[in-house]
Write a protein that binds this ligand. Sequence first.
Ligand code: DX5
Ligand code: ZN
Length: 217
Amino acid sequence: MGLIAPSILSADFAALGEDIEAITKGGADWIHVDVMDGSFVPNISIGLPVVSAIRGRTTLPFDVHLMIVHPSLYFKDFADAGADWISFHWEAEVHADRAVSRLKELGVKAGIVLNPATPVSVLEDLLPQLDYVLLMSVNPGFGGQTFIPYVTQKIVKLRAMAQEKNPNLIIQVDGGVDAGNIRMLKEAGADCFVAGSAVFRGRTLEKNLQTLRDAMA
Ligand code: DX5
Ligand code: ZN
């Protein structure tokens, strides 16, 4: 599996609908929506009204990455706004088990995100309940940062854990993904690649998506 999930954090916010249509046409698999609250991460991005506003522009799944404190307070709102996949940070939620159950009750796919420095071992017992795990390969908060190399080993470790505990788990990687490392990340065991700058750079969205796709093959 090799899914590409463009992060709209790098899109033109004044023309978000058009950009969503362009990445859909260019063959994106998921739309990755980075929600930041200025508290869990030192940046503020977009929230519920924007997700609702753009939902009608594509039939692709919306993958909402919550970089917010108290994420479970907002699960229902994001599900109602049209999120299909929702991930929250391990570091932001004291009751991860309860939060995952809540996502399942809402009928959305449930994911947990780990910051670069959080070891994959924290998920050992919860892994069977998860649809996906997002491994951050930059410190969250901003697009355009450099990939942190040790995260590759985390992908390898998590894939080995998943082989035993949840063979259908989707491993997603986010931050600094580009045509130069996407193939290596796939070989390490990742299935879904979030890319912001690599998709939107130069505003040649469709061409950039093709470059990523070719690099992965
Ligand atoms: C960072 C976000 C990422 C980011 C990816 O906090 O979660 O999705 O926008 O951007 P690039 O691909 O530019 O690193
Ligand atoms: Zn993200």
